[in-house]
Design a protein around this ligand. Structure first.
Ligand code: SAH
Length: 257
């Protein structure tokens, strides 16, 4: 089967997990962008409770912890990522206020109105932006903040090739005004939105994958699934370089009414 016709959902979870464990981030982003998004949030104290949903190995969580007060719980469905997350927290001496837990974003174990801030970079798409906002909102205190990155179209029209790729990968991708409107309809005041700079995709996401792919392919030489998975990642990166003026991630920051 041609990998271009395959979606990421069809690859073995353990392979995906191993591949992404070897790189610092599992999605586009950067420390500068995390700090910028945080600058719009003004309610945090040492007593604040923060959740980072779909935290992966914690690239952005550790940056958040170094720039914000309070206690952070990272949640991810892959226990391997959570083990690495907790090791990273300990290495940075953040273990007293940064803890990773294995769990699913569609069944979170927080109390209603427990959280001051919900953070999620490159992960809400797993349950969909609208469903994520609606499901997570109850865990926020009134006036609490939500800050998420989400795949977004920058233009009203775009070439068919990239349109088809995203309709297959994540049909909920939409224009920025539509996403802001969805946020408002879910009961959030839209506080700020900005587009992530290209280096979040290139230097911080696709470039580190080049050496990771070499190591991975060497280990899984002859394994068709592994080879197809790497080919899929390469195809995704090529599409990004080709069509980056039409789409990317935007940070959406909202305050619960
Ligand atoms: N926030 C990290 C990881 C983004 S990749 C970063 O920006 O680097 C998306 C993450 O969502 C992965 O770590 C994946 O394991 C996690 N994930 C996927 N489905 C999930 C679910 N149902 N519940 C919780 N986490 C999930």
């Amino acid at each position: 089967m041609n990998n271009e016709n395959k979606t990421i959902h069809e690859f073995d979870f353990n392979l995906i997990c191993e591949y992404f464990s070897s790189i610092e981030r599992q999605g586009p982003g950067s420390p500068e962008v995390t700090v910028k998004a945080l600058s719009f949030i003004d309610n945090l104290t040492d007593k604040s409770r923060i959740a980072d949903i779909g935290c992966g190995t914690g690239g952005q969580t550790m940056v958040l912890a170094q720039h914000a007060p309070g206690h952070i719980t990272g949640v991810d469905i892959f226990s391997t990522f959570i083990d690495l997350f907790n090791q990273n927290a300990t290495k940075l001496n953040l273990q007293d206020r940064v803890k990773g837990e294995t769990g699913s974003m569609d069944n979170l174990s927080f109390q209603d109105e427990e959280l001051d801030l919900i953070w999620s970079e490159g992960a809400i798409y797993n349950i969909g932006f609208v469903q994520g906002l609606n499901k997570w909102k109850r865990f926020l205190k009134p006036g609490g903040y939500l800050a998420v990155t989400e795949a977004s179209w920058f233009t009203n029209k775009r070439p068919e090739e990239i349109n088809n790729f995203w309709q297959e990968a994540y049909p909920e991708i939409d224009t920025i005004p539509n996403k802001i409107s969805q946020m408002q309809n879910a009961g959030f005041i839209p506080v700020a939105t900005f587009i992530l700079p290209e280096n979040c995709w290139t230097n911080h996401f696709y470039t580190p994958q080049i050496s990771a792919q070499k190591i991975f392919l060497k280990k899984y030489v002859g394994n068709k699934m592994a080879e197809e998975f790497v080919a899929y990642q390469q195809h995704e990166a090529q599409l990004y370089y080709k069509y980056k003026e039409f789409y990317g991630y935007a940070f959406y920051i909202g305050r619960k009414l």
